[in-house]
Design a protein around this ligand. Structure first.
Ligand SMILES: NC(=O)c1ccc[n+]([C@@H]2O[C@H](COP(=O)([O-])OP(=O)(O)OC[C@H]3O[C@@H](n4cnc5c(N)ncnc54)[C@H](OP(=O)(O)O)[C@@H]3O)[C@@H](O)[C@H]2O)c1
Length: 242
């Protein structure tokens, strides 16, 4: 039987690669987007052509708006039926030290990166009742570096939520997290920026998306795994040895 996944922020970059991977594995995929309507539709269309026996759809929600968050799972269920996998991938990655953080700079990453996953997890549990949740966190959360203070705190919170949800929702729903490291450059930076960054991590090169995909596969294949964090970060979480 084919299963269905909802991936947040799936129109581009890492979310898109996750969507393509799940499609390859036989999943139906619902591509969530906020501002990237065209790429989301294009992705769903391309996947439909490539995998004609599977279903692909797209759904819009602004995850910084709590009303749109709490409508999302019911909307997906009424349009596509119950689904078996929720990937909380959408995220806001804004720089800012503590001392320069305005209320708005604080609220948006917390709303998108933590509050939205909290209510999507709640609604997935209540509506779909079984399956898997995968939360995409960030290896940055292992340090107390504050140049992305709110982003890092929101990801620390999402990891804590992963464990709490895993305990409450077992055995019907498994909840795990993946912490990528140096993966893709921000939109305004190039590959050299990433290569330079990677010089400070143990594996000395960017991981690309493959470690994330392999981690997703491992989580889905391992029926006894819940409340766990897979670092897809080339050892970055270990810190520096110099
Ligand atoms: N890139 C990296 O190297 C890296 C490293 C460590 C961890 N990660 C984590 O991996 C995940 C994916 O990373 P990425 O770089 O691919 O992410 P990204 O491009 O920064 O963001 C992914 C998507 O999040 C969606 N999003 C942002 N604000 C939203 C809102 N208000 N409502 C709904 N959706 C919203 C956007 O959708 P729309 O375009 O439709 O607006 C965007 O396409 C994130 O959780 C990130 O924290 C990434």
């Amino acid at each position: 039987m084919k299963q269905t996944a909802l991936i947040t922020g799936a129109s581009k970059r890492i979310g898109k690669v996750i969507a393509e991977f799940l499609a390859e594995m036989g999943w139906n995929v619902i591509v969530h987007f906020n501002s990237s309507e065209k790429p989301a539709k294009q992705l769903a269309e391309t996947l439909s052509l490539k995998f004609p026996t599977q279903k692909f759809g797209f759904v819009k929600a602004n995850l910084s708006n709590i009303n749109e968050v709490i409508e999302l799972v019911p909307k997906v269920v009424s349009e596509f039926g119950e689904f078996e996998l929720l990937v909380n991938n959408a995220s806001v990655f804004n720089p800012g030290y503590l001392k320069e953080t305005s209320l708005k700079l604080f609220n948006t990453p917390f709303d998108v990166n933590l509050k939205a996953p909290f209510f999507l997890i709640r609604d997935f549990a209540n509506h779909c009742k079984q399956g898997n949740i995968i939360n995409i966190v960030d290896t940055r959360m292992t340090s107390n570096q504050s140049n992305f203070a709110v982003y890092s705190l929101s990801k620390k919170g999402l990891w804590e939520l992963t464990k709490m949800a895993a305990l409450e929702l077992a055995p019907e729903i498994r909840v795990n997290a993946i912490a990528p490291g140096v993966t893709l450059p921000p939109n305004d930076k190039d590959e050299n920026y990433l290569l330079n960054l990677a010089q400070s991590i143990p594996m000395k090169k960017p991981g690309g998306v493959e470690p994330i995909i392999k981690s997703i596969n491992y989580i889905l294949e391992n029926n006894h795994l819940t409340g766990q964090l897979l670092f897809a970060d080339g050892g970055e979480n270990l810190g520096s040895n110099v």
